[in-house]
Design a protein around this ligand. Structure first.
Ligand SMILES: Cc1cc2nc3c(=O)[nH]c(=O)nc-3n(C[C@H](O)[C@H](O)[C@H](O)COP(=O)(O)OP(=O)(O)OC[C@H]3O[C@@H](n4cnc5c(N)ncnc54)[C@H](O)[C@@H]3O)c2cc1C
Length: 458
């Protein structure tokens, strides 16, 4: 375990072995004077984008906050590393130093068929390497005064009757008034509040590759590349990011076994690697779960809150989780600040604001995902033909519109019908996930045509 503390250099590199100190075996007598603090107002478990943002916001407001992360920074995370433009407005700090490129368009294929490209007049997604991005956020939080204990996994916690939380680590325990669980999809705090059934779970596989290892003229640095409709749900992507590319696939865990073969097929079809004989084993492919919030998900338990992936705050259609990770972190930090200042009795305001500001969008995109899975051909045709749909999507990525408000606006008086379409879509989605080889039924196609007509009239 090590702790890095801002403002004071506790050792030549600003790093001391706190684990050693706690175990009383540090070789240096300094430990008598510089024992790290064991008590904090807030402890954040996990230093990903959500945890680091929460710690940054709290430390900037003068709160005594610590980040505990089981990994040692800089560390990697399986992720496309795409930041939708909205995140740049939501983050409380400037992340330009770790942005590698800006993308204003997307090149689609449907089931590896013909390509079509859509562009927007300004960037809608920015490329980052998670190793750099996450490390930068954590560093900035430490600069604001947060204490970092990395290489220090949270093993459990106990809430005592007096409103304190004891956070247990292998090297000892630390106490705090509020514990924020930002420990991702598989974390200990996440599991304490929510079991697997609390989420709709998807999975993703991805790897990063240096540009010199690909056939360069196949990639436009300003375009995301997406293939969809090949699996019953999910998509494959290539995100360029300067000297690197991120390539991956994602979809519901129900079809998780098909993701690796799909990635392989995608690479072969793209003919992007310098050799056509692609061996996935030579590539550093890693996978991770993408949990999505459902009505069963809990956001808090007295003075323990969960944010980001730990709360299932992932947009299920695109797999964008950094955006809601950051947003939930800021909401959590605001509520914790209120509570610490005595302005509110408990932390339930956090649940209320997340349910009001984030969940409707997740609920709607989950419905849209089911709709896409039920009527993939229809969605593909509409997106490829009608530029208004793509431009509206871009406005959502920039935070200028919200999916659920857009649907209400678009459907007008027909909005009441939507619930029947949703039910139908969920039924067909379940069917397609159960029988992945089954093609769209005649009935599905007819309903798709009808919806397309109605859409055309709006
Ligand atoms: C293949 C794939 C591609 C994706 N692509 C994108 C994308 O392009 N854009 C996007 O916005 N989102 C993407 N996502 C989702 C995104 O990666 C997550 O939503 C995001 O990382 C969530 O941030 P977080 O801070 O909540 O959790 P994480 O980033 O997972 O951070 C959790 C942290 O907690 C630490 N931790 C875990 N357990 C413990 C413990 N017991 N004690 C202490 N620390 C612990 C971990 O080491 C980690 O540092 C993708 C996901 C996958 C799997």
């Amino acid at each position: 375990m090590r702790a890095a503390v801002s403002g004071r250099r506790w050792s030549p590199d600003g790093v001391i072995r706190v684990g050693d100190l706690l175990h009383n075996c540090h070789p240096f007598p300094l430990r008598r004077y510089i024992l790290p603090p064991k008590s904090f107002e807030v402890i954040v478990a996990g230093g990903g984008p959500a945890g680091a943002t929460a710690a940054y916001s709290l430390a900037s407001a003068g709160v005594n906050v610590a980040i505990l992360d089981k990994a040692t920074f800089p560390r990697d995370k399986s992720c496309g590393g795409g930041l939708i433009a909205k995140v740049l407005h939501d983050l409380p700090l400037d992340v330009k130093p770790v942005i590698r490129n800006a993308m204003n368009g997307m090149c689609f294929t449907y089931q590896f068929g013909g390509r079509f490209t859509k562009r927007h007049y300004e960037p809608v997604v920015y490329g980052t390497l998670r190793r750099e991005f996450d490390n930068y956020l954590v560093e900035q939080a430490v600069r604001q005064g947060a204490t970092l204990f990395d290489g220090t996994g949270v093993e459990g916690f106990e809430q005592n009757g007096e409103g304190a939380v004891n956070v247990l680590t292998r090297a000892g325990s630390l106490s705090c008034r509020v514990l924020i669980g930002a420990d991702g999809a598989n974390g200990v705090v996440r599991r304490a509040l929510n079991n697997e059934q609390a989420f709709f779970n998807q999975a993703g596989l991805s790897f990063e590759i240096e540009r010199e290892r690909i056939i360069d003229d196949r990639v436009d640095g300003a375009l995301m590349r997406v293939d969809w409709g090949t699996l019953p749900s999910g998509y494959a992507w290539i995100f360029p990011k300067g000297d690197f590319l991120n390539i991956g696939v994602g979809g519901p865990v129900a079809i998780g076994k098909r993701l690796k073969p799909y990635l392989h097929e995608f690479l072969v079809n793209e003919r992007i690697l310098r050799t056509d004989r692609v061996s996935l084993d030579d590539l550093n492919v890693s996978g991770h779960k993408l949990p999505t919030f459902t009505e069963r998900t809990r956001l808090s338990d007295r003075n323990v809150l969960v944010i980001g992936d730990a709360a299932g705050l992932i947009e299920p259609l695109t797999g964008d989780g950094i955006s809601y990770g950051v947003q939930s972190a800021r909401l959590a930090a605001d509520v914790v600040l209120h509570w610490l200042s005595g302005a509110c009795r408990d932390l339930s305001e956090y649940d209320e604001t997340v349910l009001r500001e984030i969940v409707p969008e997740i609920v709607y995109t989950r419905k849209f995902l089911a709709f896409f899975n039920a009527f993939p051909t229809l969605v593909h045709q509409v997106v490829s033909r009608d530029d208004r749909v793509w431009q509206a999507f871009c406005r959502v990525l920039k935070g200028e519109e919200a999916f659920h408000l857009l649907r209400r606006k678009k459907m007008g008086r027909l909005y009441g019908v939507a619930q029947y379409v949703d039910r139908f879509a969920f039924y067909y989605e379940a069917r397609r996930l159960k029988y992945p080889q089954a093609s769209e039924t005649l009935f599905q196609r007819l309903v798709g045509r009808m919806l397309e007509r109605i859409g055309g009239l709006m």
